[in-house]
Design a protein around this ligand. Structure first.
Ligand SMILES: Cc1cc2nc3c(=O)[nH]c(=O)nc-3n(C[C@H](O)[C@H](O)[C@H](O)COP(=O)(O)OP(=O)(O)OC[C@H]3O[C@@H](n4cnc5c(N)ncnc54)[C@H](O)[C@@H]3O)c2cc1C
Length: 441
């Protein structure tokens, strides 16, 4: 099956195109004057960067949020919002606006290689990133942050062992360069590493996973495919396939591959995995056969496990997927990106004083130490997700867990707890956890 298609909305009814953010009222003006200096420059206006900018602007700091793209912009993603994302969006003051445009979903349907399936309840929704990320950028501006796009981070300005600002280039006109003085730069540049390398914060250049998705419109299947389907199968190793409903018969369908520590992922072919998905999972086949419109099939890297980047040095912090804030095994990262962005903001806020000299050095060290501890506190949970990644490599484990969940309310509750983060997948899949499956009622 050919999986590349032109990126056009031709043939999409306007109300469906609106679900993808193609409506005039979503535009964000990224122009305006440039101050000589701001308190904090946030580079990257994904969920991590916008969350960070919102928190800092709310605290009264002078913040500039820049991105290499104008908004709305596309971001390759499954676009599923799980409970952690709902909580972060509520905290940031945009949950109602997000839910007014999102497709609410009641269950994740887990499908095992032998066809067994179980519906796990949770607070879930699907919203194309063109819309979600734009709503967050708009909230950052509403809270007082300056938003400048399309500007590309080009490097840090440093003196006396400290970052003092950053150099930015107009994305459409690379000859146009701006230098901005700032007390802190926050690198929220996602899974692509070039900006992180330029900031000298990158410790791992290879991704921990890769994934591919396409939007398709199949209105005849809207009533049938109402859950967020996640499908494990031998043919999809080392990953899984998904179908997420975006509403009005629009779907996000894709596959991801997750590598184990030390593996580079060479040889994983997402297009082959995608073709396999449409062979082994009948709803995926029906969707691709009946789709009246297909967007462009696009792949992207994932940075998981909360490793692979320096968290910062005096005057600069990294946050979001740049520091690997996406969960291994599941590939969920929108909520955790916002959480780490908010943590970075809280640490800068706590140590933001205009002092210089020794006091400044001590204040910098305190910000870095606070951020280091806050991120380290998240590490155990990320380690458990890394352990759970064995399901993607040994999908028969999904047969076992799903078979038990269909017979045991307590196992189903624990799976729902994984979504709510009250229980975790690593424990469910540990030897002890697997043995407990057989004693659960
Ligand atoms: C195919 C796929 C499916 C996924 N599905 C899901 C899902 O269903 N649910 C979920 O929760 N997570 C999912 N994820 C993970 C999720 O996309 C990420 O965890 C999340 O986007 C990370 O947010 P972020 O803000 O850290 O980075 P991003 O969202 O990547 O934002 C980074 C921003 O930085 C900008 N930037 C980069 N370099 C520069 C530069 N030099 N100058 C200026 N700007 C720059 C980029 O333009 C971008 O806007 C998926 C990922 C993939 C690849």
């Amino acid at each position: 099956m050919n999986t590349t298609h032109p990126n056009t909305n031709d043939g999409l009814p306007p109300h469906v195109a609106r679900r993808l953010g193609h409506d005039a009222d979503l535009q964000v003006d990224g122009g305006g004057d440039w101050p000589a200096a701001v308190d904090v420059l946030v580079v990257g206006a994904g969920p991590a960067g916008s969350a960070c900018a919102i928190e800092l602007a709310r605290a009264g700091l002078a913040v500039m949020l820049v991105d290499q793209h104008d908004f709305p912009r596309d971001k390759i993603c499954g676009e599923g919002l799980i409970p952690d994302a709902h909580a972060a969006l509520r905290h940031l003051g945009v949950l109602d606006e997000v839910m007014a445009r999102a497709q609410p979903v009641a269950h994740v349907r887990c499908v095992a290689p032998r066809g067994g399936q179980v519906d796990v309840p949770g607070r879930l929704a699907v919203l194309p990133r063109q819309v979600l990320d734009t709503l967050l950028v708009r909230q950052a501006r509403h809270c007082g942050a300056l938003v400048r796009t399309p500007w590309k981070f080009d490097g840090l300005i440093e003196s006396d062992g400290r970052v003092r600002g950053a150099r930015l280039r107009a994305a459409g006109d690379p000859a146009q360069v701006r230098e901005l003085a700032t007390r802190w730069v926050v690198m929220a540049t996602g899974a692509a590493v070039p900006a992180l390398i330029k900031a000298d914060l990158c410790e791992r250049r290879t991704p921990t996973g890769i994934a591919l998705r396409v939007h398709v419109h199949a209105p005849d299947l809207a009533d049938r495919l109402t859950t967020m389907d996640v499908v494990w199968h031998r043919a999809l190793r080392p990953g899984y396939g998904w179908i997420f409903p975006c509403g009005d018969g629009l779907f996000n369908i894709g596959v991801g591959a997750f590598f184990q520590r030390g593996q580079s992922g060479d040889g994983a072919n997402l297009h082959e995995l995608f073709d396999a998905f449409t062979r082994v999972h009948a709803p995926a086949r029906d969707l691709m056969q009946q789709a009246r419109w297909r967007g462009e099939t696009k792949g992207a890297p994932l940075r998981c496990t909360l490793r692979g980047a320096r968290l910062g040095r005096p005057g600069v912090l990294a946050t979001g997927e740049a520091i690997g804030s996406t969960y291994d095994f599941s590939g969920e990262g929108i909520g955790k990106a916002m959480e780490t962005g908010m943590l970075a903001a809280a640490c800068i806020r706590g140590g933001d004083t205009a002092m210089d000299g020794e006091d400044r050095r001590a204040a910098d060290a305190a910000v870095l130490a606070r951020y280091g501890s806050a991120v380290a506190a998240l590490q155990p949970r990320f380690d458990l997700y890394e352990r759970a990644n064995q399901v993607n490599h040994h999908p028969w484990l999904a047969d076992l867990v799903i078979w038990r969940a269909r017979r045991s309310a307590s196992v189903l509750r624990r799976m729902s707890g994984v979504l709510e983060e009250t229980s975790n997948p690593g424990n469910l899949l540990s030897l002890k956890g697997l043995m407990r499956l057989f004693s659960s009622r």
